[in-house]
Design a protein around this ligand. Structure first.
Ligand code: Y12
Ligand code: CO
Length: 167
């Protein structure tokens, strides 16, 4: 089922999400609905809070070099942690909760992460490039942070002014 995506300045997007404790049918159905929603809206990452559910989980599907996405590349990430961060990279990010807004954001280039899958199995892996950027962007959502909070003060003020004007 395709769900509505909350957009800034919805208050829920500022809230911290809670750990997932039950790896049950309800969780599986939430993950399936999130994937339907992400595919429908042409996203490459979606956190549960973006559809109004304050749980520490997100999904990512990184496109290949041609920009194509495949269902088998979907990663479901539950109760994530970043264990190590290395280097720095800059990427022009977008977010389904901030439609038509794109800005350069600096993040770690390589990360080592731990997370659980839909059945509660623990995974540890190293990510780099777009995968690492997407993971950090989505983890920020679980802590109530949007990507414009990671840009310079002046760019942020301009964003806030422009965003109010577009209503
Ligand atoms: C790199 C940078 C950011 C992320 C986080 C996930 N971001 C998204 O999935 C953004 C999706 C997005 C989709 C849009 O819709 C279309 O392209 C049809 C979009 O367009 C408009 O707002 C009009 C903007 C953002 C992961 C990796
Ligand atoms: Co986002």
């Amino acid at each position: 089922m395709v769900l509505d995506v909350l957009t800034y300045p919805d208050k829920k997007l500022k809230m911290k999400s809670k750990e997932v404790e039950s790896f049950d049918e309800k969780l599986h159905s939430l993950l399936d609905d999130m994937n339907d929603t992400m595919v429908d809206k042409n996203g490459i990452g979606l956190a549960a809070v973006q559809i109004g559910v304050l749980k520490r989980l997100f999904i990512i599907n990184i496109p290949d070099e041609k920009g194509d996405q495949y269902p088998e590349n979907l990663i479901e990430v539950i109760n994530p942690r970043i264990i190590e961060s290395r280097g720095e990279t800059t990427y022009e990010e977008g977010c389904l909760s901030l439609p038509q807004y794109y800005e350069d954001v600096k993040r770690a280039d390589e990360i080592v992460v731990e997370y659980m899958d839909r059945d509660g199995n623990l995974h540890k892996t190293e990510l780099h490039g777009l995968g690492a950027i997407a993971f950090q962007h989505e983890l920020d959502h679980l802590n109530g942070k949007l990507f414009f909070e990671r840009i310079s003060y002046l760019k942020r003020k301009k964003f806030e002014k422009d965003w109010k004007k577009r209503k």
